[in-house]
Write a protein of this length. Structure first.
Ligand code: TRP
Length: 450
């Protein structure tokens, strides 16, 4: 980002804006969360639902967030306030800010695991050869008190990047590193092809058994679509407030959706054949990917090298996501509460650290501390991903579809009449009817009302 004459930052180029947006979207959500959610919810059936949600609900809501962010050049709270002064839609912004801090909490824990796996790869202590395998490895590394340390370390990296006046460095780095991560995943996919469990894994991931679609599969797939696209709490809105006026919002939204779901599918092709090859269960939950990956690396020549590279890239991909998540609350504290950027960053990091500690202990000392039958880690994830994100997305689409002047929307998509955008009617229709209705139906369905 560079600073223009106003003191709001801006992404320097169109490519930089797309790279930052994709950098936000692509992260642990694709590589860690997608495979485990798909594994819990029956594979192919989940994938189909997820893809339908990405393109039917996700893309329009992404357009809506882009439109509100770039049109108001504000943080999420300010965007609602500017567009409907005095009408308390800005509570949606508050919801987004709270949810972003919840997500940051458990996300930092998982990102902390990647640092730990990275360090252990480098030092050669990732246990490749033992037959008891990834499960013990995971327990050894991530239960107990030590995860707090890695969570703190991760949050420090996050902090430093945010303080450095945003992203020039990371924007540039992610321009190179995201394509590299992509290539690495492709290489692992090719490797999957030679595994004995390839056919089973592919069938599991791609063959939809429609009888497996239950209310909880639908809710999970919708939550995953929102989570993976960084949608529903104003993250993309905040980033779009740094877009320049020539950015074609519709194109950027579609590009983001396609690249993001592609990475998730690639991750699935890497993970599921290995799950079946090594006789693991797909429904292991949040630990799945971390238990499976060491098995894969152990079979590769120069496994240490591959695993180092992989965890390094995964760590950096997480960082580009948490930076975007933190930016939601930081821009709010700066612009609405008139804090300095440093103070705002400290506050945001401190809150996520407190939540992060609760989540970090959920696999060890706080394992048996349950609220609604879930430990902190799973509770934070479930509430934010399956409830707050879709709720925020529904609010955003209703708001833009019904409350905001249509000219405002059309101006954003046509650069004030300079270009054409043929899908405006369809977009507004989706925002008014399709998205709110679909999200509402899935909510009602999951609590058993329909
Ligand atoms: N989409 C990111 C991922 O897949 C996570 C993320 C970044 C996010 N910003 C967000 C999720 C805002 C929800 C809301 O890893």
């Amino acid at each position: 980002m560079s600073h223009h004459n106003s003191n709001r930052a801006m992404f320097a180029t169109r490519f930089g804006a797309i790279a930052a947006t994709v950098g936000s979207a692509v992260g642990l959500g694709n590589i860690w969360r997608f495979p485990y959610e798909a594994g819990i919810h029956g594979g192919g059936a989940f994938l189909i639902c997820y893809l339908v949600f990405v393109f039917v609900i996700g893309v329009p809501v992404l357009c809506a967030e882009f439109c509100m962010g770039r049109g108001t050049r504000s943080n999420v709270f300010g965007a609602y306030r500017k567009l409907a002064p005095g009408k308390r839609w800005d509570y949606l912004g508050v919801l987004g800010i709270i949810a972003s801090l919840l997500i940051l909490s458990f996300y930092s824990v998982v990102a902390g695991w990647t640092i730990e796996y990275l360090i252990n790869s480098v030092t050669g202590s990732l246990n490749f050869s033992s037959m008891e395998g990834g499960h013990n490895q995971f327990n050894e590394l991530t239960t107990g008190w030590r995860p707090i340390l890695w969570t703190v370390i991760f949050l420090c990296f996050n902090f430093l990047i945010l303080i450095a006046g945003v992203t020039k460095g990371i924007e540039r780095a992610s321009n190179i590193l995201m394509p590299l991560l992509f290539l690495l995943l492709v290489a692992f996919c090719i490797n999957s092809f030679f595994m004995s469990g390839f056919a089973d894994g592919i069938e599991y991931l791609f063959y939809p058994d429609f009888s497996k679609i239950t209310p909880s599969v639908l809710l999970g797939a919708m939550g995953q679509a929102f989570f993976s696209m960084s949608l529903g709490l104003g993250c993309m809105m905040t980033y779009a407030s740094y877009f320049n006026n020539r950015n074609k919002l519709g194109k950027t939204a579609l590009t983001t959706a396609i690249l993001d779901s592609l990475v998730a599918i690639l991750a699935g092709i890497v993970i599921f054949p290995a799950v079946f090859t090594f006789g693991l269960t797909p429904s292991a939950g949040p630990t799945l990917v971390f238990e499976v990956l060491p098995h894969i690396f152990s079979q590769l020549p120069a496994g240490i090298l591959w695993s180092t590279l992989f965890f390094l890239l995964l760590f950096l991909a997480s960082l580009t996501s948490t930076v975007s998540m933190s930016e939601i609350s930081i821009s709010f504290f700066c612009e609405e509460k008139k804090m300095s950027r440093i103070k705002a960053t400290i506050l945001s990091s401190f809150i996520s650290l407190c939540g992060g500690i609760l989540c970090a202990l959920s696999f060890g000392p706080l394992e048996n501390f349950k609220i609604f039958g879930k430990d902190f880690f799973n509770l934070f994830d479930y509430i934010s991903s399956n409830i707050f994100l879709p709720l925020g997305g529904m609010g955003c689409s209703i708001f833009l579809g019904w409350m905001v002047d249509k000219n405002f929307v059309s101006n954003q998509f046509t650069d004030y009449g300079k270009t054409k955008f043929h899908l405006l009617g369809l977009l507004v229709f989706s925002l008014r009817w399709v998205c709110p209705a679909a999200i509402l139906l899935i909510f009602l369905n999951s609590i058993g009302l329909i």
